[in-house]
Write a protein that binds this ligand. Structure first.
Ligand code: GLY
Length: 603
């Protein structure tokens, strides 16, 4: 474990004891809750709010890991009732949208990998937000002709994309659900109507956000009459969210994408005194929203098969490229937190993020080169890593099949999100990463939920030196993501690791660290998640503040790295199959990120 002092978070008190006990646990946490600063660099839109002690959880057949205990309990209750992993994911997501509204919800989008135990088939569902039909490439160019400042664009109706999460949940349920659709809404509706205890993290981020109060609906919900954030443990009710959920539970996704709720979203994105902030989402955009089933990307590393999310996410490609680049190095011999391991993984990050900026975007609009995943190409990129010296900044490569000259996306590194990992007793697994983009999204609340600002995941610039940026805004296009829900397979084709993380463009580095931790360093999932975060996004080499890695700053600088030490608020969840001495699968073990409030429950 790293040097940070951990707050006591007694997960056992939360098992099966209901809301009352959780409220007490949350209130106790208040005593030690750590203040955070929103004056963090743009790479950390979800601020650190301290660390929570987590222990490895072992279980036999089914379990849920997510970012909030109430959401995990809701998902686990569905598994206990004979529901599938997808049923559990839906119940978990609906509660997350209530208790962790800063990170995800029905006003946003998500990607999910679903492994079907019966057929051993893996499906990748794309529920990413889309740009409205009226969107043009200059959407985020200001009146001065320059790219807008991030929050000028994000905290506005212009950043709101057509939400995809409700359609995604419905599509997954249609294919993989066992329990009735409306039953999955019951925990979230009950918590919204009866009240849920405000968690320390929710309290901190409400208190610290600069923009949330400017929206009248958000102000009325998140703050008391004096304009103060509700205290930790306060039973916060959200009757508007309950009403919204009741409508979707009764009438399906149509109740969200058409009619009264759709009208409310369309009106909300236009509801700004400042004309420049008005959005253009229409009823037609909402009614036309489609979930896309895509081919997952699968690759091998150390003889294991790994699968992750394809474009429009860049996360899976980046992880594949980074692992291929470092496979020739003896990471297991070097070990975690060693200078050599950090050096080569950071260099691999530089190479992968250079390609990400140049080539990754919505594949329905842009020809994303298949050659990015060509094993020969990926290995050749790895040969650029020099043990003695950092390359400092990598240039994009030329993968086989590149047809068009493009300019890189120079966007700042932003976003915040949540992750859910679930396995059920039928052999199914779900790895789902879900987002409203920046913390509290566009800071626009409608009918009890927050609208996303996902369109700021597009490049603000649309061309450079006459060359188009792949990730430029276009009508109907999905913004590039870094979300990387990932499943690692065992030799029999069964899921062995189910993992993912929030954290904006750093997601690929967080997931990479966790995979290398489990595969190379043979750590259990909790220990792998606990490892200090580090990596490079083709800028400085980033080391997590307050951890053992700070000792590597000077040695890395001696190898030519520019080093940045900062908070890196990942939100990893990982479930890993356990095997006996003969290699027989005997159950699961799981870990949740100490940097957030998540837990694992299984049996
Ligand atoms: N907005 C987070 C991501 O898609 O990467």
């Amino acid at each position: 474990m790293n040097k940070k002092s951990f707050l006591l978070f007694d997960r056992s008190t939360q098992f099966n004891k209901g809301l009352r006990v959780i409220a007490v646990g949350m209130a106790l946490l208040c005593i030690a809750a750590v203040s955070a600063q929103l004056a963090t660099p743009p790479s950390q839109p979800e601020p650190s709010t301290g660390l929570y002690k987590k222990s490895l959880v072992s279980f036999k057949s089914h379990g849920v890991a997510a970012a909030n205990p109430l959401a995990v309990e809701a998902g686990f209750a569905m598994l206990k009732r004979g529901g599938s992993a997808v049923d559990a994911a839906i119940a978990t997501q609906l509660v997350l949208g209530l208790v962790e509204p800063q990170s995800s919800g029905i006003g946003g989008g998500a990607f999910a990998l679903v492994h079907e135990g019966k057929t051993k088939k893996l499906r990748a569902y794309d529920g990413r937000e889309t740009a409205p039909g009226a969107a043009t490439p200059s959407r985020f160019i200001g009146s001065d002709g320059l790219p807008m400042k991030f929050h000028d664009a994000a905290v506005s109706g212009r950043s709101v994309g057509t939400p995809g999460t409700v359609a995604l949940l419905a599509a997954m349920h249609k294919k993989h659900g066992k329990l009735p659709w409306n039953a999955l809404f019951a925990p979230a509706i009950a918590l919204a109507e009866q009240g849920f205890p405000v968690s320390p993290r929710l309290h901190d981020v409400v208190k610290l956000d600069r923009f949330l109060k400017d929206d009248p609906a958000a102000r009325a919900y998140f703050f008391n009459e004096k304009g103060e954030a509700w205290p930790v443990g306060y039973a916060l009710k959200n009757p508007a969210y309950a009403k919204t959920l009741r409508a979707i539970a009764a009438n399906g996704p149509k109740a969200f994408y058409e009619g009264e709720l759709a009208d409310a979203m369309v009106n909300a994105v236009r509801d700004y005194a400042d004309v420049a902030k008005r959005g253009d989402l229409t009823q037609t955009d909402l009614a036309n929203y489609q979930v896309i089933e895509r081919d997952p990307i699968c690759f091998s590393y150390r003889l294991k098969k790994l699968c992750s999310m394809p474009a429009p996410s860049s996360g899976g490609v980046a992880i594949a490229q980074m692992l291929a680049a470092v496979e020739r190095f003896p990471l297991s011999q070097w070990g975690a937190n060693s200078i050599d391991s950090v050096h080569v993984l950071a260099e691999a990050g530089r190479l992968a993020y250079a390609d990400r900026a140049q080539y990754l975007a919505d594949p329905d609009f842009i020809d994303v080169p298949k050659g990015l995943l060509d094993p020969g190409y990926m290995k050749s990129r790895g040969t650029l890593i020099d043990m003695a010296k950092s390359m400092k900044r990598a240039e994009p490569g030329t993968p086989p099949g590149v047809k068009v000259a493009r300019a890189p996306d120079a966007n700042a590194f932003l976003t915040g999100t949540s992750h859910i990992s679930i396995v059920d007793k039928f052999g199914n697994a779900v790895s789902m990463t879900t987002t409203i983009e920046d913390i509290f999204g566009a800071r626009k609340m409608v009918r009890g939920f927050l609208l996303n600002n996902e369109l700021t995941d597009f490049s603000m610039r649309f061309e450079e030196n006459g060359k188009p940026v792949a990730n430029r805004v276009q009508a109907g296009k999905r913004p590039r993501s870094t979300m990387a829900p990932t499943i690692v397979y065992d030799a029999k084709g069964n899921p062995e690791i189910v993992t993912g993380s929030p954290g904006g463009s750093a997601i690929a580095n967080y997931v990479l660290k966790t995979l290398v931790g489990m595969i190379d360093w043979k750590l259990d999932p909790q220990a792998a998640i606990d490892l200090p975060n580090f990596g490079s996004r083709n800028g400085p080499t980033e080391l997590e503040k307050g951890t053992a890695l700070e000792a590597l700053k000077a040695p890395l600088e001696a190898r030519g790295h520019t080093v940045s030490v900062a908070d890196f608020t990942s939100g990893l969840q990982a479930l890993q199959r356990s095997f006996d001495a003969k290699g027989k699968a005997v159950g699961w073990r799981g870990g949740a990120d100490p940097r957030r409030e998540g837990i694992v429950i299984g049996e």
